[in-house]
Design a protein around this ligand. Structure first.
Ligand code: UFG
Length: 323
């Protein structure tokens, strides 16, 4: 049995849909941000809080857990600067509770969802796992703290673990059954698509004076199904003993500017976006592009879906939503 913490959320629910074809899955989620209906019906669902000892312990008592994947985190950069306690409490203290329980029940395999935000403002054009990690907001720091804790737990308790540093997750499940739904929504692609469906007044481009080719921020977008597949490869590497520790970037290795994302949304949907130029959003680095060569070389994973496919699948899902 594999425990998926945060399996009702955007990335967690896509992973569950893929993993359930291979493994028995139990999802622990408090539904604070996730959606009950996003969890594949073949998975066992337990509503509970990662930070509550009793909630977490009862899962380990009831099921023989072989490995844990942890998707349950707050992940909004701006909010983390305004309310850092929320981030350290959930992303650090509650995660420590989970790790402690794993130790108690001798569950020794852990896959951790980390983020490009740990790199802060990178010096390199293409970010490697060895690039310096100087996060510039509490969200990034909360994730980096757990990365450091994992290294200590590996050394002291022999905890096998793999850290996956996601770049910009996008897209939806190919059938359109599940997709990205945050409240409030802050991410670029869902905002554009909601605007195109008449559910929003406007799209703002946050900053047009960045030192990039068109002045807008560049990001490395990765399809959520590619992310899910990376977790499955990673789990296999841990369970077969091929890896006992590792850190991997997950991206496409291709950067798209905000303007290019808007143009691709126009191309996919056939509808014009009249975006307005707005001030920079605090804490946005100009460019974040991953090298995912390491996971390719070591585990044989690579991203298979491009930006157009991400937007097509997201559009399919958004069109089905009645807000
Ligand atoms: N953007 C706009 N207008 C919008 C929304 C976003 O111009 O209405 C821009 C942002 O300024 C940024 C780009 O679009 O340049 C992408 O923004 P998102 O909010 O979609 O994604 P982020 O790059 O801010 O965030 C992602 C993850 C975070 C992670 C961060 C790392 O969602 O969890 O990358 O920097 F922390």
């Amino acid at each position: 049995m594999i425990l998926i913490v945060g399996g009702a959320g955007y990335i967690g629910s896509h992973l569950v849909k893929e993993l359930i074809n291979k493994e028995r899955v139990v999802v622990l989620d408090n539904l604070s941000a996730g959606h009950r209906e996003s969890i594949d019906e073949r998975a066992i669902f337990i509503k509970g809080d990662l930070g509550k000892v009793g909630d977490v312990e009862s899962v380990f008592q009831r099921y023989r857990i072989k490995a844990v994947m942890h998707f349950a985190a707050h992940s909004l950069v701006e909010e983390s600067s305004q309310n850092p306690y929320k981030y350290y409490e959930n992303n650090v203290a509650a995660t420590l509770n989970l790790l402690n329980m794993m130790n108690k029940y001798e569950v020794n395999n852990f896959i951790f969802s980390s983020t490009a935000a740990i790199y802060g403002i990178p010096e390199e054009e293409i970010i490697m796992e060895s690039s310096s990690t100087i996060p510039i907001n509490p969200y990034g720091r909360s994730k980096l703290m757990i990365e450091q804790i994992l290294a200590d737990f590996h050394q002291a308790y022999g905890l096998n673990h793999i850290i996956l540093r996601y770049f910009n997750a996008a897209g939806a499940y190919e059938t359109g059954e599940i997709g990205e739904s945050h409240d409030p929504e802050t991410h670029l692609i869902p905002i554009i698509l909601q605007y195109l469906l008449g559910k929003r007044e406007k799209v703002s481009i946050f900053g047009t004076d960045y030192p990039t080719y068109d002045g807008t921020c560049i990001r490395d977008y990765i399809h959520v199904t590619d992310l899910a597949n990376a977790h499955i490869k990673t789990l296999d590497a841990l369970m077969t003993g091929k890896k006992s520790a590792g850190i991997y970037n997950l991206g496409n290795g291709v950067g798209y500017s905000v303007k290019e994302v808007i143009e691709t949304c126009e191309k996919v949907t056939g509808i014009k976006v009249n975006a307005e130029h707005a001030a920079r959003r605090e804490g946005d680095p100009a460019r974040l592009i991953a090298s995912s060569k390491k996971i390719g070389d070591e585990l044989g994973w690579k991203a298979e879906r491009d930006l157009e496919e991400m937007i097509k699948s997201a559009w399919k899902w958004h069109e089905r939503q009645i807000y």
